[in-house]
Design a protein around this ligand. Sequence first.
Ligand code: AMP
Length: 301
Amino acid sequence: MSLLVVGSVALDDIETPAGSVKSVLGGAASYFGVAASFFVPVPVRVVAVVGEDFPEEHVKFLASRGLDLAGLQRVPGRTFRWGGRYGASLNQRDTLFTELGVFEHFEPKIPPAYRDSEWVFLANIQPHLQRSVLEQTRAPRFSAMDTMNFWIEGARDELAKTLAVVNGLVINDEEARQLTGESNLVRAADAIRALGPRVVIVKRGEHGALLFDDDGVFAAPAFPLREVRDPTGAGDSFAGGLMGALASHGALDSDALRRAMIHGAVLASFCVEQFSLDGLRNLTRGDIDARFEEFRRLTRF
Ligand code: AMP
């Protein structure tokens, strides 16, 4: 079993009502890879790019979580940097800055040893680059992607071409509405499934996530936390938990997808309890299993 993620590895500045941090480890591929690493017994394969300023301690941390970093390119220039600020509700965030740096010319090169990856996650990058990753792999069992408003507005045709060849889409509610023009999320998911992906997952922040597949709809709550310090990376941690759980189970039926949704929600809940990836740093499989059981109690009636 092999799991590949392609996306950003970044340095983030984050401000939330609980505090602020500067130049901390971020990026979709970092959150995804670390979250997934708790599920799969083999190293999660990462394809990303960083600049010369990327601290070695972050490389060491990612490697310590068993990530396979052979596909992490280090090139001259500055690492992708992103700054975000959250208001009191934590549901809304303002992007303070996006400095693309070496990410601007990122072209994912899938090392030959990664081309047989059975499970592939295309984090938020240009849709044509997401498609190029799929073209470089040999028919994965399941491929899923994320996207964002920027590509929905500016690269709609490319996005449609990529949606036509991917198996799953993980998207937030506002983007699902924007992509389809449907304000109703059930209709929006139907419309997205008509574009290609068999599995559509709509993330709704603190309100949880909805799964739409051949068997209908499944709702996963978000874990009710007493304190949320930093929502950054929740979506990517969700996707990492979901894909990691699917890959480790090796099945794609509705039961497996539903369990994987809860594993995604578990990882997202640990992520938002701390800044950056700190909520995932000292996590154990025991912590994950205990919270999975708490989810059972939360939803049983
Ligand atoms: P999320 O909170 O799930 O949207 O993920 C936030 C992470 O995505 C942060 O660590 C950022 O470094 C990264 N990020 C923000 N904007 C972009 C972008 N345009 N492309 C790729 N990654 C991004």
